[in-house]
Design a protein around this ligand. Structure first.
Ligand code: DLZ
Length: 157
């Protein structure tokens, strides 16, 4: 479908044995982020990653994903970090500050650590739009984030 990353369609083209993934999950809008996390967690396993090679960490909100991602990406044993969050527009400019901060922040982390840091953050106008993308009619962006992480590890292979 246009505008979507590939979803899980089989085994990865690289051997994922021993590759370790961190999934950093923002607790804000928990119903959405839990569904995104589940999508990512299941997708990694379908692609051949062992449960014990998936490390989950929570942060309070999407703003804190940057530091959570940095802490995980700095760990030698971690190969890729998937960041899960959901920012929903409210009546104040908070939305813009959080979205801008996390997108710049995660870009810096991926460049600084030279590891895949995946932007599994929904930025929507309503909760309904978020749920449509967290296992609803537009699929599960957490699953797509997992596929993106694996594809980045396979980059150039
Ligand atoms: C404060 C806040 C607001 C208003 N909205 C969201 C949101 O929609 N999604 C989200 O993940 N976090 C939100 N937060 C919390 C901030 O990300 C952050 O946790 C706090 O500002 C504390 O630094």
């Amino acid at each position: 479908m246009a505008g979507q990353l590939k979803t899980v369609s089989g085994k990865s083209k690289i051997n994922l044995s021993g590759k370790k993934f961190a999934i950093v999950v923002a607790e804000w809008n928990e119903d959405v982020t839990e569904a995104l996390y589940e999508g990512a967690y299941q997708a990694l396993q379908k692609l051949g990653v062992k449960k014990t090679d998936i490390i989950r960490k929570n942060v309070p909100g999407t703003f804190e994903l940057t530091l959570g991602a940095l802490w995980m990406a700095e760990q030698k044993s971690i190969d890729a970090v998937i960041c899960i969050g959901c920012v929903i527009q409210g009546d104040t400019p908070h939305f813009d500050y959080i979205c801008q901060s996390v997108s710049y922040g995660l870009t810096e982390v991926t460049i600084k650590t030279r590891k895949p840091v995946i932007f599994g953050v929904l930025t929507t106008l309503t909760k309904a739009q978020a749920l449509e993308r967290a296992g609803g009619k537009y699929g599960n962006k957490g699953e797509e984030a997992a596929v993106a992480a694996v594809n980045m590890l396979a980059f150039g292979k």
